[in-house]
Design a protein around this ligand. Structure first.
Ligand code: ZN
Length: 76
């Protein structure tokens, strides 16, 4: 799949990326996108992925490709 990306040296699927951000399993994830921002910790490139940690919630998550930094924001 073309949506897989390298994060911290490892190839991840959208679902795996979401699970790294959530630190838990997720039920569904959208394709990975490039976020229009740099990592506040190391200045590296940041990826964005929307995902559903449960059937009733939607989260947008961001994760640095180079370091452990990540952030999440609950949707409406
Ligand atoms: Zn970083």
């Amino acid at each position: 799949m073309g949506t897989n990306r390298v994060v911290q040296g490892r190839m991840v699927t959208p679902k795996r990326l979401a699970e790294l951000i959530e630190d838990s399993e997720v039920i569904e994830a959208e394709p990975i996108a490039d976020a229009d921002r740099d990592c506040p910790d190391c200045g590296g490139d940041v990826l964005e992925v929307g995902y559903m940690p449960s059937a009733l919630s939607f989260v947008t998550g961001w994760k640095c490709q180079e370091c452990d930094w990540s952030e999440r924001e609950e949707g409406d």
